[in-house]
Design a protein around this ligand. Structure first.
Ligand code: UDP
Ligand code: MG
Length: 330
């Protein structure tokens, strides 16, 4: 069992929530209030902490976060030096969290804080990873459609089994967090890494809400890039596709040769049409070649970025409650 009831005199176990924050000024107060209430139900058994990672927000999220840190000494705010993206923000939080279990949640109230209690319950039963799995979600039809197509495709091509309908909302035991810290890949797809690491994993069903305030930090371009990280990070199927396509096209041209030879031998008076075929063939092949160069480029680009070995993110400051000034007499 992972979480035994602490005996008298034994240090209490700790649970830390990690929240990535990008332009969430309108959500921070409500989020902290809600999650604090939920945490009260854990307070008899655990020491609960909150890490808010400001991912270079352009609104006044940081001001709100500083206020939280000043008012609540369970709060730590990590200020990243610029916007590094959702996955890096979560990574920064995981790197700093020193807890027996970490709960990762979105900060826009789409992941209902109450569900985290169910995650803890499963953890107490001995699971090291408890992911929250969407029974339903209130997103645009476009988002739902693209998400389900993406997960269908990923399950088909990826070398690991990523549970369907899950995001990063999950509880991770310290053991898994420690393993996760060893994975310093730049193009991060955390939910894939967590599946890859293994341990005992289970899911809890929940209904995903609408974003409370503000707008999504995942426009289409970021979504596509994230999807590519999922596929390219866990599969070489696109590389295999290149050779398969090559075989297929070679086979087609072989059929073409047979056709031309057949016509010349059996009906020499029939003219084999020339220029149209050449032009179409040229553009067809050119298109395929450039596309496949793009596939190669995606892998090479990722290899290059990884070879540079740059740090994943830069922390500008870590803010905790302002320490009260020592009492002075005078
Ligand atoms: N987020 C972040 N950095 C970014 C984009 C988003 O830290 O560059 C955070 C955001 O504040 C939220 C979570 O990641 O807590 C999920 O983002 P969002 O709700 O915008 O994505 P969606 O739910 O629309 O997929
Ligand atoms: Mg959201």
């Amino acid at each position: 069992m992972t979480a035994e009831a602490p005996r008298a005199g034994q240090a209490r176990q700790t649970i830390t929530y990690v929240f990535p924050i990008y332009n969430e000024a309108g959500n921070i107060a409500l989020l902290h209030e809600t999650v604090s209430k939920v945490a009260e139900e854990l307070a008899d058994r655990y020491d609960v902490g909150f890490i808010y990672v400001d991912d270079g927000s352009k609104d006044d999220s940081l001001v709100h976060l500083q206020a939280l840190a000043d008012a609540d000494d369970r709060v730590t705010v990590i200020e990243l030096a610029r916007n590094f993206g959702h996955q890096m923000a979560v990574t920064a939080g995981l790197d700093l969290a020193d807890a027996d279990a970490v709960i990762i949640m979105d900060s826009d109230m789409q992941d209902p804080p109450r569900v985290s209690l169910e995650l803890v319950e499963k953890w107490e039963q001995g699971y090291e990873v408890v992911y929250a799995q969407r029974r339903s979600r209130r997103d645009t039809a476009f988002k739902k459609l693209t998400a389900s197509a993406f997960y269908w495709f990923l399950r088909k091509v990826a070398s690991i089994d990523i549970p369907r309908n899950t995001g990063d909302f999950r509880l991770i035991d310290r053991k898994v967090v420690d393993e996760l810290r060893k994975f310093r890949e730049r193009d991060r797809f955390l939910r894939g890494l967590v599946s890859y690491i293994g341990f005992r994993q289970t899911g809890v069903l929940f209904d995903r809400d609408e974003r409370h305030a503000g707008v999504t930090g995942y426009p289409l371009s970021k979504m596509l890039r994230f999807a590519a990280d999922g596929v390219l990070g866990f599969s070489v199927a696109p590389l295999r596709l290149i050779s398969r396509l090559g075989y297929f096209i070679s086979f087609l041209s072989f059929l073409g040769i047979l056709y031309v030879a057949g016509v010349k031998l059996l009906a020499p008076e029939t003219a084999v049409p020339g220029w149209a075929f050449i032009t179409i063939g040229m553009f067809f092949l050119g298109g395929i070649q450039i596309t496949m160069l793009g596939v190669l480029g995606s892998y090479i680009g990722r290899t290059y970025a990884q070879a540079q070995g740059r740090p994943l993110y830069t922390v500008a400051a870590v803010r905790t409650a302002a320490k009260p000034l020592p009492a002075t007499t005078g």
